[in-house]
Design a protein around this ligand. Structure first.
Ligand SMILES: [Zn+2]
Length: 334
């Protein structure tokens, strides 16, 4: 029984290897003759630098932007995955944790997927074909519906850029809350696509009306007054935690606070969940950015919030993801 299985697996591995040879040739051909896709010199430089040699398990900073732009011959693969392990994930000969290690897929690198088999993905990377555990990779996903766009998606709301008095939008119910009706379908699609990858999101906060935001802020102010602060001091202190009315993105209906059913806290620990990693790898394709990134508090005025995702449209989201800019910087308002 075991031997037969092993035989099958070896057969499958040989088939996969044959497929890989084809893929690798295609990749080299594409690089040698920059024809149809007209790849840029920068885009072709890094794949040629790391093809057959055993990959080094470190990620130079310059290598980070390449995964999204990697000119992999996607036609040969059913999907691509990006490694989300801290350093690397082993590429194994079989879909089993005990099988021989053939190579490594470094953190942040992408690999083409030949097939998904339970909790394993059969991948091709750097001249090696083998299996990686799906616990350490995330499928790169794109919506198959159009992502809405328009100037409305780039509205800037912060302590210095207030929403106009009487600002209002049409909302639609989603995930137990409300979102701007224009992004309802893309929200549904993003949550559904993540679920297909075994990642479940829980929406804990989305649209808040002016009245709701005012009440939340006033509640916070009162809690400081109760501790003996003056109204003036209490307002300043409260604003560091709860946005003043008309300064919260949640009033736009374009911001989602996302956690998971098993990790419900809005804290930095969310960044270690697979849900966050899925968003980090894919949300820009759906037009969302992590609005309050690490190290940007002096520009955004808000601490690092890995759970707060803001719709800005796909073009802006991808540009900000590539450049690492905050919305303020992207809009030239930083
Ligand atoms: Zn939020």
């Amino acid at each position: 029984m075991n031997e037969r299985n092993a035989g099958k697996r070896i057969g499958a591995a040989l088939l996969a290897l044959a497929a890989l040879t084809l893929c690798a040739c295609d990749a080299r051909g594409a690089q040698a003759t920059p024809g149809a896709a007209a790849p840029t010199p920068a885009a072709t430089a890094s794949p040629t630098a790391t093809p057959v040699l055993p990959p080094v398990p470190t990620t130079p900073p310059e290598a980070l932007p390449t995964p999204t732009a990697t000119p992999q011959p996607t036609a040969s693969y059913i999907a691509q995955v990006v490694c989300t392990a801290n350093e690397y994930v082993n590429i194994r000969a079989e879909a089993s944790a005990g099988s021989e290690v053939l190579g490594k897929l470094p953190a942040g690198e992408t690999a083409g997927v030949m097939s998904f088999e339970g909790n394993w993905a059969c991948v091709a990377y750097g001249g090696i074909t083998g299996y990686v555990s799906r616990d350490y990779v995330i499928r790169l996903s794109e919506p198959d519906i159009a992502v809405p766009s328009g100037g409305w998606a780039l509205i800037l709301v912060n302590k210095a850029s207030l929403l106009p008095e009487g600002f209002s939008i049409s909302t639609a119910g989603f995930g137990g809350g409300q979102v701007d009706a224009r992004i309802l379908d893309i929200c549904k699609q993003m949550f559904a696509d993540a679920k297909e990858d075994g990642v479940e999101f829980k929406l804990v906060d989305a649209y808040r009306s002016f009245e709701t935001q005012s009440a939340l802020y006033e509640q916070k102010v009162q809690s400081y007054i109760a501790k003996g602060k003056s109204r003036e001091d209490a307002e300043i202190e409260a604003a560091t935690i709860t946005a003043r009315p008309n300064t919260s993105e949640h009033q736009t209906g374009l911001a989602l606070d996302i956690v998971t059913p098993s990790y419900t806290k809005r804290d930095h620990g969310f960044a270690d969940t697979r849900a966050f990693k899925w968003l980090d790898a894919n949300a820009a394709n759906y037009g969302f950015i992590m609005r309050y990134a690490k190290g940007k508090a002096d520009i955004t005025g808000v601490i690092y919030e890995p759970w707060h995702w803001r719709f800005v449209g796909v073009e802006a989201a991808k540009a900000m993801k590539r450049s690492g800019q905050s919305l303020e910087e992207y809009l030239g308002a930083g």
